[in-house]
Design a protein. Sequence first.
Length: 437
Amino acid sequence: MHADLLCCNEACAAHYPITEVIYNCPACGGLLEAHYQGDPGNPWDLTGIWRQRRMSNEPIESSGVWRYRELFPFLDSPAHIVTLREGNTPLLKGARAAEYADLESVTFKHQGFNPTGSFKDNGMTAGASQAMRLGMKRVACVSTGNTSASMAAYASAAGLDPYIFIPNGNIAYGKLAQALEYGAKTFQVDANFDQILALVRVLSEKLGIYLLNSVNPFRIEGQKSIMIEMLDQLDWVVPDWVVLPGGNLGNVSALGKALRELKQWGFIDHLPRIAVVQAAGSSPFYCYMNAPEGAAFVPDTHPETLATAIKIGDPVSWPKAERVIRETNGVVEFATEQEIADAKAIIGACGIGCEPASAATLAGIKKLRARNVITKSDRVVAVLTGNVLKDPDYIYRYHTGQLKAPDDIPIAPNFGNRPVVVANDFDQIAAMLEHGR
């Protein structure tokens, strides 16, 4: 199997060379996807090969992305691969989270175990590798956090110059610190994500800089590995539901593409249902998918949420995401700031932890279970997109009762764990411990 085309995802079905630096179809403006000729081979032979590769110390074999490279063979040489041994993220059971959502069990696919702490690494290794294949020298992205951290790391590892553009004052400092530490030239722009992306797309085209946002089709190819690895870990038993947060919707697109291809090539015989959960204050995809038939997609010009990773009002991948939801008989839900904060605390109480945007998954699951969209016995896998330390200030403010929503309404610490100030006194501390305080 080989890749020789970038195909338009829209009805026009135009196609272009795999080496062309292009993100949207010039004919209709639709987003592009890598298209493969042939099939990868016998599924059961390949699954055995992938298991064997886990034991290798070679970087591309021990990568949880490139281990599955037969399913995205767009590179002409492995010499172009840029890897930090990404992927290999665990499936974790959350008993308290299952109880909270009224499920028999729930499993978390925790992408926060990646090298830079988020799912972006699965896509960035592929995007950076294509940049190397094309001979690019400079790369750029617009980011509210995780993309910037990931791109800075992979670009620097590859010897590329990374340029990052972020909304001024709208980024978690744990994420900004990563970008600075990894050596990226960082520009804080007085605009929101969508406005900056429009600007940077023009800059990239005019100045010959390779754009590594999720409009890049090779980012999507790398992120397919999240679903491939998940099913590998489940011994190819398809769950009833896969639930993930929705921001720019590139991850939804990537996981959906993986599922279509895995079914086409015989790895699975049916698709799980996909649920996407957005923050209430940044939910244009939810509004569109729940509007009357024939309604147009309407961007949110002023998205607001403390879950900065999904604070995106005009998600570029919404047409791809719509296809995924319709193909899988999926749903789109929203969660309030209070619901996200409480769900995050519950995930933390499982000993797992995640960034705020990730917790939208459990918040959405709880709501879908309450309406019996998800049944109690359904097998549910929730994707946690980022590490618990991506936004430590949010955690401290929640547990100490200081967290407020963007509209300045206090968020109640319903599952708070406030630190206790005590005197340096043995008897006093012992008495408190004896009474379980």
